[in-house]
Structure formats: structure tokens, C-alpha cells
Design a binder for this molecule. Structure first.
Ligand code: EPU
Length: 337
């Protein structure tokens, strides 16, 4: 256990918060020992994974940060077309996707290059290009922070939703995901429908992409739109895409006929927050330290030297101005700590 550790290398926004206590977990037994030592009792505990979806609002985290860094990928079962793979929570997500694609296993390729670690992926049911984590999720194991006992969670137990799960809601702060099992397929149709995948493939003269070509295309599309967190601090999409009533959408469509939208199963309509923010005039806005990314308005960025509070303030101004223009209150996807 270390004390007064800078969290700057541990959050993709690059804010300089200090953790009063910091424990790195390299094996599940480390976590069990930490729980049994009583160190997590009577103080704030933050389970930190890749730190890619977190905003430290203040300069001190007055508690203990438990940094999960366990490694390992193993095949649990191969059965006809199915492969069940277990990855430990601290495995890097983009590396895990690359590994699966390299083996020819389908299921996570559209989630290429999403920064973060495997253990955090179910917490917000990461998603991109028409696929969500839940589509290939089989189960995960998680350790209860009060008892040190491990419990398996099925897909149903996780109650996945759009960037939601039970771990972000009812069980927030109660369990640490230690490993995730995926059900992947040796043969499966590729998902090319979303956004500009097809256009990208066409432009590059690829007619029937292989799994690897699809993976590489998604990496290229992401690279073109999203900042590299090694260069510019960000947490990917800062807001969720709001889901609104059809009646409200139809009323808005009269004023904004080009408004992009996706139909939701329950008659609701999802509207891209990036579009709303751009229309409200924020795309590319910046002050000295923070701003709105010029290639994707859904991404708030930290250029350096700023504080978490600057992003909180900017987010609030954006929410207010989008609400004023469209009557829609967008809500953050990022976790505020
Ligand atoms: N748009 C704009 N202006 C912008 C950004 C987007 O007009 O500045 C429009 C686009 O033209 C498009 C629509 O909004 O018509 C959707 O944009 P895009 O395809 O870039 O996706 P998104 O809805 O903004 C979501 C995820 C991303 C994921 C992409 C691709 C959320 C909150 N975000 O963004 O996930 O990579 O789809 O599938 O659902 C993340 O969660 O951190 C993340 C990056």
C-alpha cells in the first residue's frame, strides 16, 4: 500500500488528483488479503481500472484507490463454432480484442480500440459500431468488497442497458469484477451496417472484408474521430446519446429536418448528443485548458494544466445550452468521483 499517490497516470483526462492511499492488485489473492486486512472499512474506496471513463472533480481523493492490474487470457471451452474465453480484469481491452481477432474469433471486433481494461467493460456495457459488450458476454466473476467472496454474474444478473449495468447502479461500489468470460464464434456474420464502416471499406477498395480487415477499419475510423489519450486528455464520449419520446422527436424534426436519429425498440428515438452539441455551437470550442474536440463534439478534452472542475463547469454549460435549444437534458456517461 502506498500513500499520497498522484492519479495523473491513472486517468485518461490526465487530471492531477492525489489518492490518500493506493493499492495495486496484481493477483486475486492480493485483493482478498486487502479486504481481510480491513483496509477498505470505514473509508471511501474507489475501484480503478483503466481510468478511461472517470472524472476526478477535486484534487484529493480522501480514501483508498484499488487499482486492478491482474493479467491472463485462457480458453475455457471450444465446442464446434463456439469458443469461451476468460480474460482477467486488468487485461487491456484493445489488446484483448486484437488477440481474439488474431485467433479468428468473432464477437468483439467492432469494439476495437475502446480504451480501457476488460474488468471495466461490463460496468458500462461498452459499445461501438452497432455492438455492445453484452452481445458476446457470457458471465463474469466479481468479488464482494465486504466479504472477499467471489460470485458469478450471468448476463441477466448484470442487467445490461445502454452504457448501464447493475455494477453502475444497485451494486455500485460493492463488487470488483475480477474476470470476464466471453462466448465468441469461429464463424459469424460481420456487422457492417453502422455509420461509416461501409463507406470506409468502399473507399479503400475492400469488398468482402475479413475479420481482421473489419477490425483494422474500425481502428482507422476511430483514430480519425477520437483523440489519442496519450496526446490529449479525454474520456471518450462524455455524454450519453439521449433517448426521447417520438412526439418530442417529431416536433423537433420539423425545425431540424436533418437531425440524425435511431429508432429504439420501445417506440422511443435516440438522438446523437454529438450532433446536438455541435448544433448548439460548441464543436471545437476551447479555452486555455479544456474544450470540445473539433472532430467529435461528444468528446470533452483536457489540453493540460486544467482541473477536473473545469470539465465539470464546461459540461454544465453544454448541458444548459443544449437544453435551452432543444429541450433535451443530456446526461454524462463518465463517472464523477
Ligand atoms: N455527429 C455530429 N457532430 C459531432 C459528432 C457526431 O453531427 O460532432 C453526428 C454524426 O454525424 C452522426 C451521429 O452524430 O450522424 C453519430 O455520431 P458517431 O457515429 O460518431 O457516434 P456517437 O453516437 O457520437 C457513439 C458512442 C461512441 C462510439 C460511436 C461509434 C455513445 C455515447 N458514444 O458515439 O462511444 O465509438 O458511437 O459507434 O454512445 C464512448 O462511449 O466513449 C464512445 C466513444
Amino acid at each position: 500500500m502506498k500513500t499520497n499517490v498522484s492519479l495523473r497516470p491513472y486517468n485518461s483526462f490526465g487530471f492531477d488528483a492525489v489518492a490518500k492511499q493506493f493499492a495495486e492488485i496484481n493477483a486475486i489473492s492480493d485483493l482478498q488479503a486487502l479486504i481481510q486486512s480491513g483496509a477498505l472499512q470505514h473509508q471511501k474506496t474507489l475501484i480503478l481500472s483503466g481510468g478511461n471513463n472517470i472524472l476526478f472533480q477535486s484534487e484529493v481523493f480522501d480514501g483508498i484507490v484499488v487499482y486492478i492490474n491482474t493479467k491472463g487470457i485462457e480458453i475455457l471451452r471450444e465446442d464446434g463454432n463456439d469458443v469461451v474465453v476468460r480474460a482477467q480484469a486488468g487485461e487491456d481491452w484493445p489488446d484483448f480484442v486484437r488477440f481474439c481477432v488474431g485467433k479468428g474469433w468473432h464477437g468483439v471486433e467492432n469494439l476495437a480500440l475502446i480504451p480501457g481494461k476488460v474488468g471495466a467493460a461490463p460496468v458500462q456495457n461498452i459499445g461501438a459500431y452497432g455492438i455492445e459488450l453484452k452481445d458476446s458476454f457470457l458471465q463474469c466473476e466479481a468479488m464482494e468488497l465486504t466479504t472477499g467472496e467471489t460470485k458469478a454474474f450471468t448476463k441477466e444478473d448484470c442487467r445490461f442497458g445502454y452504457r448501464e449495468s447493475v455494477f453502475k447502479n444497485e451494486l455500485k461500489g460493492k463488487f470488483v469484477i475480477t474476470s470476464v468470460d466471453f462466448l465468441l464464434k469461429k464463424e459469424a456474420p460481420l456487422h457492417l451496417e453502422y455509420g461509416n464502416i461501409k463507406a470506409y471499406l468502399e473507399q479503400n477498395g475492400i469488398e468482402n472484408p475479413t475479420l481482421q480487415q473489419l477490425h483494422d477499419a474500425i481502428c482507422a475510423i476511430r483514430d480519425a474521430k477520437l483523440p489519442d489519450v496519450k496526446q490529449i486528455g479525454s474520456a471518450g464520449s462524455f455524454f450519453k446519446n439521449p433517448v426521447i419520446e417520438r412526439a418530442q422527436f417529431e416536433a423537433l424534426q420539423k425545425d431540424y429536418p436533418t437531425m440524425p436519429h435511431y429508432d429504439e425498440p420501445n417506440g422511443m428515438v435516440k438522438v446523437p448528443a454529438g450532433w446536438l452539441i455541435e448544433q448548439a455551437g460548441w464543436k471545437g470550442w476551447r479555452d486555455e485548458h479544456v474544450g470540445v474536440y473539433d472532430k467529435q463534439a461528444l468528446v470533452l478534452v483536457h489540453y493540460g494544466g486544467g482541473k477536473g472542475h473545469d470539465i465539470v463547469e464546461l459540461a454544465r454549460r453544454i448541458q444548459d445550452s443544449v437544453e435551452e435549444k432543444f429541450g433535451i437534458r443530456i446526461s454524462p456517461e463518465v463517472n464523477f468521483v
